[in-house]
Design a protein around this ligand. Sequence first.
Ligand code: ZN
Length: 814
Amino acid sequence: ASIGAHPDDDDSGMFAYMTKGEQIRVANVISNRGEGGQNAIGPELYQGLGVIRTSELLAARNIDGAEQYFLSAYDFGFSKTGKEALTFWNSEKLIGDMVRFIRTFRPQVVLNHHGSEYDSVTGHGQHQGLGEIVPYAIAAAADPAKYPEQIAEGLLPWTVSKVYQRGTGEVVIDRGEFDPVIGRSYQQIGTEGRSFHRTQSMANVQNLGPSVTQYLMVDSTIDESLKGEFFFDGIDTTLPGIASLAGDMEILIPFLRPALTVLDSEISSIIEDYNPKHPELIVERLVGVLTELKTLNANVGKSLVSPVEKNYIQTILTRKISETEIAILKTTGIILEVFTPQEVYTAGDSVKADFSLYNVGKIPVKVLQFGLAADNGDVVDKAVDTVIVNNGICKDTLSLTIDERTPVSRIFWTVEDKNIAVSPEDEAIINKPFRDYPVIGYAKVQIGDEAIIIKNPAQYRYRDQVSGEERDATAVLAPYSIKMSPTNIIVNKANVAQKIDLLVTVTANRKGTVDLSFDKADGLQIVAEKSSLSFNTPQSTQQIKAVLEIPAGYDKGKYDIKAYIRDGNSVISSGYSEISYPHIENQYLYAPSESALSVMDVAMADGVKIGYVQYNDSIPEYLAQIGINVDILTPEMISGSDFSEYDTIVIGPLAYEFRDDLVKNNKKLLEWVSKGGVLIVQYTRTGKWNSLNVGPYPSTVGSNRVTEEDAEMRILQPNNPIFNAPNKITDADFDGWVQERGLYFMNKWDSRFTPLLASNDIGESSQEGGLVIAEYGDGLWIYSAYAFFRQIPGAVPGGFRLFANMLSLPATRK
Ligand SMILES: [Zn+2]
């Protein structure tokens, strides 16, 4: 098992080497879901981003063959020290999550991905913090007195045999080794896997050739002289070695080791005889292995070995049984498909699933049973008595009624106050990526003397005219979903009453009539176009317009507005959004149907015409809410215009990195600045920026950040109009910022630049590269690394006021 901090802290090439080259079961454990990062492919941030990154990790594991697990640390963003990270995290809880994983997965070897000194110089605090606590978790997992509630739940203590970290050491692995069966190197496979981290834009070319990585053993329970040159040297990983798990009690199961020794040589001989053109030739012998493994497992069960050791042995034997069953199904050529005619179901629906069981192999197979199971434990099954021969199909249909107990297809963790929260009944699945599929189909087949079950999640399959076959797992969603937009309403306090359009979207997955109402603060009014909604067809959506009326002079502050529907006695106040991208499975994210209303005071100079080059931020739509309208500059406008109609142009975060049209037309943009334009460039990352030379004068961007969102702010040029007009900026404008002050500050600049603001994390030197301006001809060029892309959607008044002052500069700097 490899334990790392973030979704990109994995080594997919090494995983492929281990799983495909060495046939080792590998777990990748990641402390959080990367919810604090930036999203290179869509608008989702925080929990939504965490959901996508979880799915991206599963997609990567699907390529490299490792398994994916999680801990419940929240990714609160960048921190510089392990100590800071551990203060944010609840270390005791985090260690408990690791202990739960170790006691469940039972790894023989743990790679502490951040255990080395290397990480303390990379400067990522979450790495250092995690690397520091892994050894405590390994020790606690072995100690039945630690986390006793897990022991009470049925988990057993587990002792890890060896612990490694990255860095120069005795284990040297060449991930570039070529796999002649697969026809690619492990590093190529790994690079393909890592290219699924699309929200992090980490895709890469798949190079052949050597790719060496090294590991150092830092702890072990085995004799140091046996540590060898591979992770598992000195650990008995043979089949007969399973008997050693009995310890002193092996004497009570004397049959086990000799029987496993015989099986071991039989399996080697079967593998030797495997002929890919005739896989069926080994089926009968694999069935013999299966029968023997089941007999041994039953006999261990009946023995007098104590429950703990018995569990260790039976867990592994059960795994070997299931691996042998998979080998039998694959060599026989049995494929099960379970399709439902629609993707979405709700409580009360009958799921009608079409089963097709194919025999693509040469041996006739008898079908015994089909079954359909919901994750509440409900099952319908049907006996079958059909033999399918080569290229034959056995088809059938089963229907299962979804009752109220079937958990809806929902994400089981929520994000509350920079913490991951799960309900108590979900604590046991904390290490899992997602809840299990809600509907599973299975078939029982007779192969030789053994009855084997093959399972698959029910899927909705459809034809996409462009991409071809598409499949989505069948989902069970809540009967009703209610959402209200906008989720953030920001109004500029004025002496006139204001009316804000609200849109309430209600999706009904069943027929029915519901009543719509709102909760709101005193003095506010909401008028909806109707309050009773009838749905005559299931899976239909209605949108209801409503108007929020805010009286003149309403107090500045933040207010919650809630929309809910009533279906008889039940009140529904949340709705789901489908998260759907081509590289991941669909997920449904539920959120309360509420809007946060912020009443603030933001002034903007008159007559300033603004253009905005957007990459992925949502600043323009929030500006529009307070009456500042910007034109979004499309690639056509950028290449076709001389920008002369604009007074201010804003470049969205990361736009220089991802918008080639912007880079191509940069000269023209600078020319426009020289004629009097004000250009505001929001943060961009180091590599690309420093090679582009798109600024007016030499400068470089570093990876400098100010991560403490309440870091002290110092105004260096108090007379600059940025701090004075039309909004007078005071300390209060730096209150209530969210997540961080800023990122990717300039670290070097020409003397023609002037820094305007300084701040720093506690204990660090002052960072002045977060807001830097330069006169260029008659115009002004501004680099802003302060995180307006978080403050503005976060409805932070000071963020709006400072941003409005920057936008107003064409008027205020004269
Ligand atoms: Zn990381």
